[in-house]
Design a protein around this ligand. Structure first.
Ligand code: PGA
Length: 249
């Protein structure tokens, strides 16, 4: 199934469209007392979306009481109290500002000893299945073509596991850590296969630096060297882009 492309003049407009999709799901499920299962992402890309969802919570009564969330990934070695951990990011950027039950929020644990990681990853996959599967998976995209922290090469069958981070990814994230030397070398991430199991996938990308990899992911061959290209196999995947990120399509 080809990836659906939606391009907007501004990031703000694009973010409203993405927020509409999340809001519609959450409200529709709430009407019948059901849960909405969201796959969430970190990084600079989704921050504007989280701000818009918080605004809708505060000003328009959008409740997150029926939301269960699973984040894509977490750095190895960083506890949830570390200001660069993705658990901390999610608390700061979304969870602290809405009425989600914290017990319903899941982020992989980055601090387990190696011997416990495989069991933790299997339990993470099991928790997603037990929740009924992910309804909407939100993604950003790295300049390596990674989704989550699935760096090239990552096959379409990969599941939640410990991975090694690409040097380009570490450099791209260096500014958050002050220095590239402080960026962890490993992470726990959902796999490409985990992402492909979601019922719907929404990938956001802003700005010229993402234009090349967006075009490769959408129009290039499906290859483990561009993990986001596996999204071409998904039945319900939309890329919501600003003009600059869509410039090479
Ligand atoms: P960014 O990262 O949102 O900070 O650009 C995206 C990603 O690496 O998935």
């Amino acid at each position: 199934m080809p990836i659906t492309i939606q391009t907007y003049a501004t990031k703000e407009e694009a973010v409203r469209v993405a927020a509409d999709a999340f809001e519609a799901l959450i409200r529709e499920r709430a009407k019948t007392g059901k849960t909405a299962v969201l796959g969430l992402a970190t990084g600079s890309t989704p921050i504007a979306l989280y701000k818009e969802l918080i605004r809708r919570h505060k000003e328009q009564g959008l409740s997150f009481k029926n939301v269960i969330s699973f984040n894509l990934d977490e750095y190895c070695g960083l506890p949830g109290t570390h200001d660069q951990s993705y658990r901390y990011f999610m608390n700061e950027q979304l969870f602290n500002h809405v009425d989600i039950d914290r017990a319903n929020t899941h982020v992989p644990l980055g601090t387990l000893p190696d011997a416990e990681i495989d069991a933790h990853c299997a339990a993470y996959e099991q928790a997603i299945r037990a929740a009924g599967g992910i309804d909407i998976q939100l993604l950003g995209i790295g300049r390596t073509g990674h989704i989550g922290f699935n760096e090239p090469p990552s096959s379409e069958t990969t599941r939640t596991r410990k991975v090694h981070l690409d040097e380009l990814t570490r450099r791209d994230n260096a500014s958050f850590f002050g220095d590239v030397a402080h960026v962890p070398h490993h992470a726990i991430t959902m796999g490409c296969g985990t992402v492909l199991d979601a019922k719907e996938v929404i990938l956001l990308a802003w700005g010229e630096p993402k234009a090349d990899i967006v075009a490769k992911s959408v129009k290039g061959p499906k290859t483990e060297m561009v993990p986001a290209s596996w999204l071409q196999d998904h039945k319900n995947c939309v890329f919501i882009l600003d003009r600059a990120a869509a410039a090479k399509l």
